[in-house]
Design a protein around this ligand. Structure first.
Ligand code: IMP
Length: 186
């Protein structure tokens, strides 16, 4: 069956089945790595808003006990240009000290956001600190950051859907897609 694309979408990069299959694989690996922990020992921290769908799908596929929490960071102010400046808007409710923390992020681009998260959470004495990231654009990296669980590498293009936005639009598309250039040029 052909999928009818919204007008602004150029093409689908990762379709729904491909994403779901990969999220399942990631959940299986994470469930193995974190086996044996109690609910209060394993904390998933989703980075809002972009990770909310990835977080929901990943967390529901884990077979190990875990808690979920969220933080919110400042965005690129509706543009595709990174500044490197990251600011926290909302912190976690849970105390991360002595917990095994897994940061759940939608995409690593320049790397500044993950670098900031490693610094902030690393200073809070977690039992361990790792990252699960759905997408990576290696060509855009400005600072080296470790990604422990990665979904897909993608080329240097702006993508939307599955939680990712352009100017707060397109987040709830079930696939990950490229926008038509006319959308940014407006
Ligand atoms: P970094 O700090 O440059 O690595 O950027 C990470 C953040 O930039 C992500 O959490 C996203 O919010 C945003 N971002 C980077 N590339 C894209 C994209 O292609 N689509 C949507 N958001 C993006």
């Amino acid at each position: 069956m052909d999928i009818i694309l919204p007008n602004s979408i150029e093409r689908i990069l990762l379709d729904e089945a491909t994403i779901q299959q990969r999220v399942q694989q990631m959940a299986d690996i994470i469930s193995t790595d974190y086996a044996g922990l109690r609910n209060e020992e394993f904390l998933l921290v989703g980075v809002l808003k972009g990770s909310f769908i990835f977080m929901a799908d990943l967390a529901r596929r884990l077979t190990v006990p875990h808690r979920v929490d969220f933080i919110a960071l400042s965005s690129y102010e509706d543009s595709a240009a990174a500044t490197g400046a990251v600011r926290m808007i909302m912190d976690t409710r849970a105390d991360v000290a002595r917990r095994h923390v897994l940061i759940v992020e939608d995409i690593v681009d320049t790397g500044y956001t993950l670098q900031y998260l490693y610094r902030i959470f690393g200073a809070r004495q977690p039992a361990s600190l790792r990252t699960a990231v759905l997408l990576s654009k290696p060509d855009r990296r400005e600072v080296e950051v470790t990604v422990d669980y990665l979904g897909f590498q993608i080329p240097d293009v702006w993508v939307v859907g599955y939680g990712l936005d352009y100017a707060d639009r397109f987040r709830t598309l079930p696939y990950i897609a490229m926008l038509k250039p006319s959308v940014y040029e407006k």
